[in-house]
Ligand binder design. Structure first.
Ligand code: MLT
Length: 261
C-alpha cells in the first residue's frame, strides 16, 4: 500500500481523514481533497493493493484484505482513530473496515457507494470486464468505464477531468484491476451494518451518478440514523473530482460539525 499522498506538512495534533479510492482509479483521484484539506485536518489517501503506485500483488480475492491493509496502515501511522471515507469501491472497503475494526472509525464518509453486494447481473458484467481487460488492457476498461463514471456536464464542460480520470485508470496494472474486480464481486452484503453504525455519517452522491444513483444514497441515508445526505449538483459518479468545491464544502461542514478525533 503506497502512502505517498500524505500532505506535505501534517500537524501532529491534526485530525486524520483516511480516504479510500474508487475502481479502477488510485489515490490520486483525491488530489482536490488533499489540496484543500480543512484546517486542522490531514488527509491520508493510500493506493489500494495493486493499484496506483502500490506494488503489492493482491492475493486472496477478498475485499477484507483491503481493510486489513487500511488497519495496518493506521497502526503504522500510530492512528488510534480516524475519520474514514470511501468513494464507490472505497466505500465497499470502508464497510469492510467497519466490520474489522469499527472502534478505530470516529466518523464515516460514504460517497457514491452502496452497501448491497453485486447482483447476478452485476457479476456477469464483472466477468465481461475481466475478458475486456484480458483483450484490451486498462485502456479498454477506461473506454467502458468513463461514460459511467462521469456525468454529462463533466463530459461536456470538463475535458481536463475526463483526461485525468482516464490517465489514472490507464496507469493501473491489469493484475491490480483484475484483483479489484474479483474482490468487488465477492463482497458481502453490508446492509446489516447500517443500523448498527454508531458514529456520524456523511453520505455524498453526484446528482447524475448512474452507477450508485441518488435513490440508492437516499435509501442508505434512511437506514443510517442521524446521517447527513449531500447531493452534489452537476456531478456523476466521481463527484469529488467532478465538483470538488461542492464536495469539499459538504465534507468541510461535516468535519467541522464532528470536531477532531
Ligand atoms: C467504483 O467506482 O469504485 C466502481 O464503479 C464500483 C463498482 O463497480 O461497483
Amino acid at each position: 500500500m503506497d502512502t505517498g499522498t500524505l500532505p506535505a506538512s501534517p500537524s501532529l495534533s491534526a485530525g486524520t481523514l483516511l480516504l479510500l479510492h474508487a475502481f479502477p482509479l488510485s489515490a490520486d483521484m483525491w488530489a482536490p481533497q488533499i489540496e484543500a484539506a480543512p484546517p486542522g485536518w490531514r488527509v491520508v489517501a493510500p493506493d489500494l493493493a495493486g493499484l496506483g503506485e502500490s506494488d503489492d500483488t493482491p492475493g486472496e480475492p477478498s475485499l477484507d484484505d483491503y481493510a486489513a491493509d487500511v488497519v495496518a496502515l493506521a497502526d503504522a501511522l500510530d492512528l488510534p482513530g480516524f475519520v474514514l471515507g470511501g468513494l464507490s469501491m472505497g466505500g465497499y472497503a470502508a464497510f469492510a473496515v467497519m466490520r474489522r475494526a469499527p472502534e478505530r472509525v470516529r466518523a464515516l464518509v460514504l460517497a457514491d457507494t452502496r452497501p448491497q453486494p453485486d447482483t447476478p447481473e452485476g457479476r456477469a458484467t464483472r466477468l465481461a470486464m475481466l475478458a475486456r481487460l484480458d483483450e484490451g488492457g486498462a485502456a479498454a476498461v477506461a473506454d467502458d468505464m468513463i461514460p459511467k463514471l462521469l456525468g454529462p456536464a463533466t463530459r461536456r464542460d470538463r475535458p481536463d477531468v475526463e483526461q485525468r480520470a482516464r490517465a489514472l485508470i490507464e496507469a493501473n496494472r491489469p493484475d491490480g484491476i483484475a484483483a479489484a474486480v474479483r474482490r468487488m464481486m465477492g463482497r458481502p452484503d453490508a446492509t446489516p451494518l447500517l443500523g448498527a453504525i454508531g458514529v456520524p455519517v456523511l453520505i455524498l452522491v453526484g446528482e447524475d451518478d448512474v452507477l450508485t444513483p441518488v435513490d440508492a444514497a437516499r435509501q442508505m441515508h434512511a437506514s443510517v440514523a442521524g446521517s447527513t445526505l449531500a447531493i452534489v449538483r452537476g456531478a456523476g459518479h466521481l463527484s469529488n473530482m467532478e465538483q470538488p468545491a461542492a464536495f469539499n464544502q459538504a465534507l468541510g461542514e461535516f468535519l467541522a460539525g464532528i470536531g477532531r478525533p
